[in-house]
Design a protein. Structure first.
Length: 281
């Protein structure tokens, strides 16, 4: 069994879900982006954030930039370049409307949490620098919802560059969890000239790290990580460069871990095809 032992006090919670006495919480659609770079000395690296301990979901965990789809991510009057929503829907098995929201959420959340912006003044160009007070003001306006992402792009004369993203994987939070997400994972290279920064109030630490190193730290218990993050890092560790990652052609499989009671002990069972193997202890 590829699984993780859950705290003993979760047994009742697991039994309630399995028996149907308590219905599982509906998952919210979300998007996350693994921002990548090639480092001259360390090779392929991913940008990660450590969530502050006060967060309701995954406190203290190392994650990739991302978050829930916002109602205004469905606005259709924003500039768009690259594969259309229907193509993203085919990749992620979603209708075109949801696919559009997911791509918008992916680009918006990445900008809000890192100031990395996957957009440009034309379909063939990309913003090369997001440093400065005006960019920070835009980021804050998105956070407090005083402007939508479409309004932000239009005011700056920018188009969203969906071609800078690639679909990677799809995870759904287990039914036993009270807060659940239906999350599509994307990968993207950081645009030349831009810098990922520690600007998110939801994180207390950020780091560029080799996927293999991050996975090793999590496996050793040094870094707290949820299974989707650790599995994604283990997958990325198989690639040498950003170009290799972006050139990969993957079938997007939906992974949804399930909770079980085994010999009176609650376990979170990971899909056998999830990649990374966890000891059932």
């Amino acid at each position: 069994m590829n699984g993780l032992r859950l705290p003993a006090e979760m047994r009742g919670q697991v039994e309630d879900i399995l028996s149907g006495r308590v219905p599982p919480a509906p998952p919210r659609h979300a998007a996350t982006v693994v921002v990548l770079r090639d480092h001259e000395r360390h090779g392929l690296q991913a940008f990660m954030l450590r969530r502050v301990s006060s967060m309701a979901f995954a406190p203290g965990a190392y994650v990739f930039p991302g978050g829930s789809v916002d109602a205004r991510d469905r606005e259709t009057d924003l500039g768009w370049a690259g594969p259309p929503p229907a193509a993203w829907g085919e990749a992620f098995r979603a209708d075109a409307s949801l696919a559009r929201e997911l791509v918008c959420a992916a680009v918006r959340e990445t900008f809000e949490e890192t100031l990395v912006l996957l957009a440009g003044p034309s379909p063939k160009s990309v913003v090369d620098d997001t440093r400065g007070d005006e960019w920070e003001a835009d980021r804050r306006a998105l956070l407090d919802r005083s402007q939508s992402f479409a309004e932000f792009l239009a005011r700056r004369g920018l188009v969203l560059r969906s071609d800078l993203l690639r679909p990677w994987t799809h995870w759904i939070t287990p039914a036993v969890e009270p807060k659940r997400y239906d999350t599509r994972f994307f990968v993207a290279a950081i645009p030349e000239g831009q810098r990922a920064r520690d600007v998110s109030t939801e994180a207390d630490r950020v780091a560029w790290v080799r996927p293999a190193e991050a996975a090793e730290r999590a496996t050793a218990g040094e870094w707290l990580m949820l299974p989707p993050t650790l599995t994604t890092l283990a997958e990325l560790a198989e690639y040498a460069t950003v170009a290799d990652v972006l050139a990969a052609r993957r079938e997007i499989v939906v992974h949804e871990p399930r909770a079980e009671i085994v010999d009176g002990v609650p376990y979170l069972v990971l899909p056998e095809d999830a990649g990374h193997r966890y000891p059932a202890t």
